[in-house]
Every structure is written in structure tokens, then in C-alpha cells.
Design a protein around this ligand. Structure first.
Ligand SMILES: [Zn+2]
Length: 387
């Protein structure tokens, strides 16, 4: 409950002052003073106390431990290998700093020129985009090794895993966290909470622009059929965006709500897990892909009801651009649980389980600030940023 009290102010990215304070906090939360040096000595030292990372090589096993359901993407593997080769060639160590695996130091300066040249040389926009995504993911993987817990994506000392209670999601629902690569391995990301709670096969990660991830997701969508895929999106003025009730409430029509009790009809929900600014491009990519799969028609989108009615258990639901990914899932499950034909599947309890995890995450992020000597007034608590 308390996280929602502050959610609307915390998540309003439209305000320039909030946006700039968000950037500052991100740097602070991201661990100032962290400097991982990937030379052989320090990597060996770290590998002893960080779960046995293989020096330089990202293994399938390591990839899976971060929450991925896909095999290690070939492009990510290639970039990791290229970084290691470059390290030997220029005889400068790979260094990461800040939040999100930004390359630094002499190596960083050299690599920056090199990767920009590679990017420019790619003529196909799709190839450019995939290179961008894979490089983001590769750098984040290397930069987070031994620093972040692989399950909760928080700094090891803030690990919240012991406080998260797993819960079974109703088997006819599967979430897809369509995540922007810049949000991958971000401590304040809330999409990751969904697979922490429900497991990776009920809430699956799909990184925007990673071919293997997108292929797995679209294969599932093709199998399920267009009528069983919905993207949660805010544009309520669009005629193409339906409310949960309009999309599923009419149990007499041939909509998925009427068949959701069927054994073989899983309903797939795509949650856009990125900033508001990135979400339009993410939706466009989904729509373009939907056209190639299903023809001209649009990707079916639904939006949550803002200003929940009194009968709702829901807190007043902020609009999408002011909400976080986990809150969107909570809102969706809560609204679905109100539909008569879905009332007996415990969706409200499943929404509660995500909300509990969200509170645990906020407590961890708050605890970090306190430990670093920053005060937590009520105002600050309410403006800890999550996304
Ligand atoms: Zn953890």
C-alpha cells in the first residue's frame, strides 16, 4: 500500500526536476566508487567469491542465472569475445564503472571509437539496432559480475531474495517482460520481480532487439494465435486499445475471456519494460512483427482502468507513464480477477504477491540509501525511483 501512496509522484518522468533528480539518484544507487577491473588477477580473485564466473567468457549457465529463458544470444557472446580480444590487443584492462556496465578508462576510450566504427559500418538499420542491444547486454553482463545478485539484480549486500515469497501464477496466463536493453540488470527495475515471484516460465524476459529472445516470444505467440496475445499499453484514446473489461468481459463472444478456462488456451500478456520515452519504439517493433505474422491488423492492446471504482480493491491506478512495470501487472491481475468467469483463479492473491515483492524492493533500495548515509524523509521515500 505505502509504495502506491508515493508512486504517482515518484514515477512522473514528465517533470524535468524529477527527471534530473532521478539521474542523480540513479548514479548514487548504482554504487559510486565501484570499479571493476577485468585483469586476470582481479578476475580470479573475484571468481572465488562471486559464484565462479569464468574469466572473460559468459557461459550458458551464467546467462540463465540472470533470469533469461533463451540460450546465450550469439551476438552477445561475440561482443564479449571481441572485448576480451581487444583487451589483449591494446594491452589495457577492461574497466567498468557507474551503473549499467559503462566501459571506462583507457580501454573504454579505445573501445568507444571501435564500437562506433562498427556501428557506422552496418548499413542495415535492423543490424545496427541489434548490435546496439547486444552490446548493451554484453557490457551489463560483464560489469555486473560479482557485484549484483543474479536473481534480484541488487548489489550483493542488498540482496532481497530471502524476503521474496514465490507464488504460482494461474497457468493460463503468461507474462512477457519486453525489456529495453538499458533496463537489463538495473537495480530499480521492477519487471524482474515478476519472474522472482512467478518463475521464469510464467513471467519471461524478452530483451528488445535480442534475436533469440524475440524469436522465442513470437514462436509462442504464433502457437497461441492472435486472439490470445495482448499488449498492455496506455493509449486509452485509441479505438484499438480496449479496457480489460471490454477485452475479456463479454463471455458470450469469441474472445479469450470466454475460453480462458480451456486447458490449452494460455493468454499471453506483453508488458513493455522500459522508460516512457522508449515504449513507443518498443510498441512499434511489436506491431511491425505482428503484421508480418498475422497480416495487416494491429497488435491487440489493452489498458488499465484509471481511477478504480469503489468496489475495486485496487489503489487508484496511476496512468501508465506514471507507473512501474510491476504495478502494471498488479493492476492487470486485479482487474482480471473482477471478471466473473475469472474470479475463482486467485488472481487477486497473485497480484498481492507481486505487491509484496515490490514493497521488499523499495525497502532494499531505501536501506541502501540509509546505509550510505543519506537521509530518508517521507518525501524521499516516496520518490525512490523504480521503473
Ligand atoms: Zn538476490
Amino acid at each position: 500500500m505505502r509504495c502506491f501512496a508515493g508512486a504517482s509522484s515518484a514515477l512522473d518522468f514528465s517533470s524535468p526536476s524529477l527527471l534530473s533528480s532521478y539521474r542523480i539518484r540513479r548514479r548514487q544507487l548504482g554504487g559510486i566508487g565501484r570499479r571493476l577491473v577485468m585483469n586476470s588477477v582481479s578476475s580470479q580473485a573475484r571468481s572465488r567469491d562471486s559464484g565462479g564466473y569464468d574469466d572473460g567468457v559468459v557461459t550458458e549457465e551464467e546467462w540463465g542465472r540472470w533470469g533469461a529463458v533463451s540460450p546465450l544470444p550469439a551476438a552477445v557472446k561475440q561482443i564479449v569475445n571481441d572485448l576480451k580480444v581487444l583487451e589483449l590487443k591494446v594491452n589495457a584492462q577492461i574497466e567498468f564503472g557507474g551503473n549499467g556496465g559503462k566501459l571506462q578508462g583507457a580501454f573504454g576510450a579505445y573501445e568507444d571509437k571501435k564500437h562506433r566504427a562498427t556501428y557506422e559500418a552496418l548499413e542495415d538499420p535492423e543490424k545496427k539496432f541489434r548490435f546496439f542491444s547486444a552490446r548493451q547486454v554484453a557490457c551489463r553482463l560483464l560489469g555486473s559480475r560479482g557485484y549484483l545478485c543474479q536473481k534480484c539484480w541488487l548489489a550483493m549486500e542488498d540482496c532481497m531474495c530471502a524476503n521474496v515469497k514465490p507464488c504460482d501464477l494461474w497457468k493460463r496466463i503468461r507474462f512477457w517482460l519486453y525489456m529495453h536493453p538499458r533496463d537489463f540488470l538495473r537495480q530499480n527495475n521492477t519487471g524482474k520481480l515478476l519472474w522472482q515471484v512467478f518463475g521464469v516460465h510464467s513471467a519471461s524476459l524478452c530483451i528488445f532487439g535480442i534475436a533469440e529472445d524475440e524469436e522465442i516470444m513470437w514462436d509462442e505467440f504464433k502457437r497461441a494465435g492472435k486472439s490470445h496475445v495482448r499488449c498492455l499499453y496506455p493509449n486509452q484514446n485509441s479505438e484499438l486499445t480496449l479496457s480489460v473489461e471490454n477485452a475479456f468481459g463479454d463471455s458470450t463472444s469469441e474472445n479469450p475471456g470466454s475460453s480462458m478456462g480451456d486447458e490449452d488456451s494460455t493468454l499471453h500478456f506483453i508488458l513493455l519494460d522500459g522508460t516512457w520515452n522508449n515504449s513507443a519504439a518498443m510498441l512499434k517493433r511489436l506491431k511491425d512483427h505482428a503484421k508480418t505474422v498475422w497480416g495487416d491488423e494491429d497488435l491487440p492492446c489493452i489498458s488499465l482502468t484509471t481511477g478504480a471504482s469503489a468496489m475495486h480493491k485496487l489503489r487508484p491506478q496511476p496512468s501508465w507513464d506514471r507507473t512501474c512495470t510491476a504495478a502494471a501487472a498488479i493492476g492487470l491481475l486485479s482487474e482480471l480477477s473482477l471478471l466473473p468467469q475469472l474470479s475463482s483463479y486467485g488472481l487477486d492473491k497473485q497480484a498481492d504477491a507481486v505487491e509484496e515483492a515490490l514493497v521488499v524492493l523499495l525497502d532494499s533500495l531505501t536501506g541502501r540509501r540509509l546505509r550510505m548515509g543519506r537521509s530518508i524523509t517521507r518525501k524521499v521515500r516516496n520518490t525512490i525511483n523504480i521503473c
